[in-house]
Design a protein around this ligand. Structure first.
Ligand code: SAH
Ligand code: SF4
Length: 392
C-alpha cells in the first residue's frame, strides 16, 4: 500500500527520500507544498523534478480526511466529524475568538482511561490515530477555513491536543504531528501556541519534555488522591505527588530552552493581577496549565480550593477552571456560577492566576468533554455498562 505523506515530519520524509536516491532538501520542498500550500496533487508541485513527482505518484499518497459531518454552532464554533474507517469517526473543533483561532485536535478513537465525567471516556476505545490522521485535522481545518500560510493568512493560530483521546498514550504519532505543527516548512506555530493536555501519564510527560516541549496542560480535577483516584482513575498508578514532580521537571526543562523568534506569549488574562511567587522571581515564561472541571458538590467547595492551594505551592502554573459540560447519562452536574467564582477568587487571593474557561459550541456538543465521535468500542466497556444497567 502507498505510504501516507501526512505521516511524516521533515526528518522522516528526508530519510524516506534519501533511501530512494533523492536529496534530503527535497523533503522541505514537499513539506511546504503539503502543509503550507495544502497541495495534495503531486502534479501541481511544480518545482519538483519529474522523476521525484513520478516516485511520489508511484509510492505515496496524501490521505485527505473525509468529512462525515460539519456543524457550526451559534457562537461560530465549528465541529467536524472525520471518517477514520471501519465505522469510526473522530471530532475536531475550531473555536474562533477575536485575536486568535484555536483548533482542538483528537489523538485517539475514543479513550481507554475512564475518567468519570468525560463523554469520550464513556465511548470506550478503538485505536490510536496515525500521525497523518492527527496532522490531517490541521491540514483539513486550514483548507476548510480558507487559510493561506504561504501568503501569511493564518486562521488557526493555536492548537490544543484536547479532543478525543489521551495524547500521551499515543506518544510517537503525537510527537511526529507536533513536530510538523512547529516546523517552519509546515505550520510554523510557536511551541507556546501548541498545547498538549494529559490526564497525567507521568513517564511520558518526561519523554515529551525531551522530544518536543510544547505547552503542557494537566487535567488535575481534584486536590487530593482519594478524590482524584475516583475522578481520574489513572491517578491510582501515578498519584499527585509523582504528577506534580513531573510537572516541575517539565517547566524547569522548558525554561532552559532558547526563546524562539515567534514569542507571542499570551498576555495574562484581564483581571488576573495576581502574581505568583515564580512570577515575582523574574517572570519565567513557561508554566503548566492545570485544568480543573467544576463538578457540583464533588470538587468545588472552599475546602477543595484550600487543599489545592496547599498542594501546588509555588509551581509555575495557571489554573483553568472548566464548568462541567453535561452529556447524556453523565451523572454529574455543573457547579453553580457562584461556586466557580468563589473557587476562582480563593486561588487568586492565594497568588495564582486562575481563569474560567468559556464554554463554546455546546449547542453542537463541541465543548470540552462532549466529544463522542463515533467509536466502535473494543474494550467491552460499553457492553459491561449495558449489562450492569440491565442487572436486577
Ligand atoms: N485526555 C486529555 C485531553 C482531552 S480532554 C486529558 O484528559 O487531559 C480536555 C479537557 O476536558 C480535560 O481537562 C478533560 O478532563 C476535560 N473534560 C472532560 N470531560 C469534561 C466535561 N464533561 N466537561 C468539562 N470538561 C471535561
Ligand atoms: Fe480520556 Fe481525557 Fe476523557 Fe480522561 S478526560 S477519559 S483521559 S479523554
Amino acid at each position: 500500500m502507498a505510504i501516507d505523506l501526512l505521516d511524516f515530519d521533515t526528518e522522516g520524509l528526508a530519510a524516506w527520500l534519501v533511501a530512494r536516491g533523492e536529496k534530503p532538501f527535497r523533503a522541505r520542498q514537499v513539506m511546504r507544498w503539503l502543509h503550507r500550500d495544502g497541495e495534495a496533487d503531486f502534479d501541481q508541485m511544480t518545482d519538483l523534478s519529474k522523476s521525484l513527482r513520478a516516485l511520489l505518484a508511484a509510492e505515496a499518497e496524501v490521505r485527505k480526511p473525509t468529512v462525515m459531518r460539519d456543524a457550526i454552532a451559534l457562537d461560530g464554533t465549528r465541529k467536524w466529524l472525520l471518517d477514520v474507517g471501519t465505522g469510526n469517526g473522530i471530532e475536531t473543533v475550531f473555536i474562533p475568538e477575536t485575536n486568535r483561532g484555536t483548533l482542538c485536535i483528537s489523538s485517539q478513537v475514543g479513550c481507554a482511561l475512564e475518567c468519570a465525567f468525560c463523554s469520550t471516556g464513556r465511548q470506550g476505545f478503538n485505536r490510536n490515530l496515525t500521525a497523518g490522521e492527527i496532522i490531517g485535522q490541521l491540514w483539513h481545518a486550514n483548507r476548510a477555513l480558507g487559510a493561506d500560510l504561504a501568503a501569511g493568512r493564518r486562521v488557526v493560530t493555536n492548537v490544543v491536543m484536547m479532543g478525543m483521546g489521551e495524547p500521551l498514550a499515543n506518544f510517537d504519532a503525537v510527537v511526529t504531528a507536533l513536530r510538523v505543527m512547529l516546523d517552519d516548512h509546515a505550520y510554523g506555530l510557536s511551541r507556546r501556541r501548541v498545547t498538549l493536555s494529559t490526564s497525567g501519564m507521568v513517564p511520558w510527560i518526561d519523554r515529551l519534555r525531551e522530544a518536543c516541549p510544547v505547552s503542557l496542560a494537566v487535567s488535575l480535577h481534584a486536590p487530593n488522591d482519594a478524590l482524584r483516584d475516583v475522578l481520574v482513575p489513572i491517578n491510582r498508578k501515578w498519584p499527585l505527588q509523582a504528577l506534580l514532580a513531573a510537572c516541575r521537571r517539565y517547566v524547569e526543562g522548558a525554561a532552559r530552552l532558547p526563546v524562539g523568534i515567534d514569542d507571542d506569549e499570551e498576555a495574562l488574562p484581564p483581571g488576573s493581577v495576581a502574581r505568583t511567587k515564580w512570577q515575582r522571581q523574574g517572570s519565567p515564561r513557561d508554566f503548566v496549565t492545570f485544568e480543573y472541571v467544576m463538578l457540583k458538590g464533588v470538587n468545588d467547595s472552599p475546602m477543595h480550593a484550600r487543599q489545592l492551594v496547599d498542594l501546588i505551592e509555588d509551581l509555575p502554573c495557571k489554573f483553568n477552571l472548566i464548568p462541567f459540560n453535561p452529556f447524556p447519562d453523565g451523572g454529574f452536574e455543573r457547579s453553580p456560577a457562584a461556586a466557580v467564582s468563589a473557587f476562582q477568587a480563593h486561588l487568586i487571593e492565594a497568588g495564582f492566576v486562575a481563569t474560567v474557561r468559556k464554554t463554546r459550541g455546546d449547542d453542537i456538543d463541541g465543548a470540552c468533554g462532549q466529544l463522542a465521535g463515533q467509536v466502535q468500542d473494543r474494550t467491552q466497556r460499553t457492553a459491561r455498562r449495558a449489562d450492569a444497567a440491565a442487572a436486577p
